[in-house]
Design a protein around this ligand. Structure first.
Ligand code: NAD
Ligand code: UD1
Length: 334
């Protein structure tokens, strides 16, 4: 059985590729490498012993997508390809809407034209918006995200729901919370370009000496220690969740949270990292970051009930594996 991973050279896609290959699937990657490196493909081979086929293709290009379907017997698609930076989406909303929305539509059109129905979609906790009380449950009516990136994810969820209602696809919308960590080999991991916007890659870049200190964005949140609380999950748990979700797709469209249900604050993550890897991470307290909220936390019960999936790895595992990747690849994929 062949599975197409759009955006498969990226952070979550590459880890999911490993998990799929290890579960016996043929994996085909489609990525235009705008936010990833071709080196990933060799690393996947080093880990699994199998070199996945890579199409350097833009998912908004219908002809390129059709070629992939014509040359391969694809039974399922996991659609990761998207732009994901919140501040970049505020600065370049049209680019974000064009790439993310037209990418999802093009992939589904090409699927429909080639008789492929099964779709796993990379959604995000960001779809819950900024006004709901945590923990977030799938049955909650969504509130408005505060940025174009989040709104593009909400719109894509709606479009996929409509496509499923029309009988074009059977889909699962996986709402990821905060994936961190790396494959235990340290051969693949998160490789942000420029200054990292997210907390974990920033911490590791401070620890390795690429940046002098961490800016802690605000200590006046309504949390245990005043810093933002998030639901971090290990990227390999997340990858396993994709395989389980794909294998159990039902007719229609369903949304499922992938998170641990356990929150960690900024200062707790710094401290867990220091303990796990034995390196001090200096930080300075700064103002809040625009758009941030106090708490983002999953209610993970549905994933366990419907998929039999539960996060297994701890914050310590996440810190240790992130650090292993960072030490082995101090400048990412170069
Ligand atoms: P990533 O940037 O590492 O991976 C995305 C990949 O998609 C990249 O390799 C990029 O080159 C590719 N891509 C983007 N636009 C493309 C296009 N038009 N054609 C072909 N390839 C294209 O990001 P990631 O962290 O692996 O995220 C994967 C998905 O998960 C995204 O949809 C993202 O919005 C979603 N998500 C990520 C997080 C997170 O914290 N990383 C959280 C929630 C949801
Ligand atoms: C961010 C995005 C969100 C996206 C998620 C996963 C914003 C406003 N939100 O959310 O849409 O789904 O990433 O990609 O960008 N922090 C610091 N210092 C830093 C970086 C972060 O103190 O240098 C704090 C933040 O204020 C937050 C926590 O660390 O409280 C986690 O931040 P981050 O990793 O960016 O994730 P989210 O805020 O959940």
């Amino acid at each position: 059985m062949s599975v197409l991973l759009t955006g498969g050279c990226g952070y979550i896609g590459s880890h999911t590729a490993v998990e799929l290959i290890n579960s016996g699937y043929d994996v085909i990657l489609a990525d235009d490498l705008r936010n990833s490196s071709e080196i990933v493909v060799e690393r996947i081979e080093q880990i699994t012993g199998t070199l996945p086929k890579l199409y350097k293709a833009d998912v908004t290009d219908r002809a390129a997508m059709d070629t992939i379907f014509e040359e391969n017997d694809i039974t399922a698609v996991i659609h990761f390809a998207a732009l994901k930076s919140v501040p970049a989406s505020v600065a370049n909303p049209l680019e974000y809407y064009r790439n993310n929305i037209s990418g999802a539509i093009t992939v589904m059109e090409s699927m429909a034209a080639h008789g492929c129905r099964t779709l796993v979609f990379s959604s995000s906790a960001t779809v819950y918006g900024s006004d709901l009380p945590a923990p977030f449950v799938e049955t909650m009516p969504l509130s408005q995200p505060s940025h174009p990136y989040g709104r593009s994810k909400q719109m894509m969820e709606q479009i996929i729901t409509d496509a499923a209602a029309a009988g074009l696809v059977d889909a699962v919308l996986l709402r990821y919370f905060n994936p961190i960590g790396a494959h235990e080999s340290g051969l693949i991991g998160e490789d942000p370009s420029g200054v990292p916007g997210n907390l974990m890659p920033y911490i590791t870049q401070v620890a390795i000496g690429r940046r002098p200190y961490l800016n802690v964005y605000g200590t006046d949140y309504d949390t245990r220690d005043g810093t933002g609380l998030r639901d971090y999950l290990h990227v390999m748990d997340l990858a396993r969740g994709h395989v389980m979700a794909m294998e159990q797709i039902k007719p229609g469209c369903d949304a499922i949270n992938l998170g641990t249900g356990m929150g960690t604050t900024v200062l707790e993550l710094v401290s867990a990292f220091e303990t796990a890897v034995g390196i001090h991470v200096p930080y300075e307290i700064g103002p809040r970051r625009a758009g941030d909220i106090d708490v983002i936390l999953a209610d993970p019960k549905k994933a366990e009930l419907v998929l039999g999936w539960k996060a297994e790895k701890t914050i310590e595992d996440m810190c240790r594996d992130t650090w292993n990747w960072q030490v082995k690849n101090p400048n990412g994929y170069v």
